[in-house]
Design a protein around this ligand. Structure first.
Ligand code: SAH
Length: 223
């Protein structure tokens, strides 16, 4: 796994030791997949947050990215990525591009990452970052992720990085019928549960991975 970030000014500004510290924390918290850890080590998280808070970029916390949205906690990025990587996905759909960080981590692990964001400002910002970084296997769309991205379906994996009230049926439809995995936070009894659904021959296997705290999955698009 390698990536050429040399054309991107700002890469390397944040110390390697804080990145290594983050990897240690993730290992201590139970992340085992070496490729996932390596991808998190390689992707410069400070580029996806505002410069004013970039010193916090390698802390294991969620951080603001503007428009009342957050870049997810590194542990949850690692955890969701680890869960889907067990199914060897080649083509992934992400709902909620946000800063672009989760998509960037996935881009080193799979062939193609499709990612949908409802807020145009965030969509454009992440598009710019990927262009500057020279990442070429992430495809972005500004639209309502509740509809998925049917033209590009089926997907081997779908990862939703915002909390849904109920599972959007379009996402189930667009999942590969051959062991495709959907992972998403879903509300139940006032709490958000991280759920995975495996689809095989139109049969579904569901699993709950724990309680999480994502910003809500909303409807429609915004500026
Ligand atoms: N994966 C992101 C996390 C972003 S937070 C990252 O790595 O930074 C969740 C994102 O989901 C927000 O940017 C929010 O605008 C977006 N979102 C919420 N509802 C959505 C919807 N219906 N369609 C697409 N994106 C949505």
């Amino acid at each position: 796994m390698s990536i050429d970030f040399k054309n991107f000014s700002g890469v390397g500004m944040t110390s390697d030791s804080s990145r290594e510290k983050l990897i240690k924390i993730l290992k201590n918290e139970g992340i085992k997949n070496k490729k996932v850890l390596e991808s998190i080590r390689l992707i410069p998280r400070h580029i996806f947050v505002d410069e004013a808070i970039s010193s916090k970029a390698y802390d294991n916390t969620a951080l603001p990215i503007g428009k009342s949205q957050t870049i997810s906690h590194p542990f949850i990025v690692a955890k969701m990525t680890e869960i889907i990587m067990d199914y060897n996905p080649k083509r992934i759909l992400e709902i909620g591009t946000g800063s672009g960080y989760q998509a960037a981590v996935l881009s080193l692990l799979v062939d193609k990452v499709y990612s949908v964001e409802r807020i145009e400002y965030l969509h454009m910002k992440s598009k710019n970052i990927f262009r500057k970084m020279g990442i070429k296997n992430i495809y972005l769309k500004h639209s309502d992720g509740n509809d998925g991205w049917s033209q590009k379906s089926p997907f081997d994996a779908i990862i939703v990085t915002a909390g849904a009230n109920k599972i959007p049926s379009a996402l189930i439809d667009q999942l590969s019928n051959n062991g495709g995995i959907l992972i998403l936070p879903v509300k139940s009894n006032g709490k958000q549960y991280l759920k995975s659904i495996i689809k095989t021959n139109n049969k579904y296997k569901e699993k709950v991975h724990g309680i999480v705290n994502f910003v809500p999955l909303l409807n429609g698009v915004a500026l």
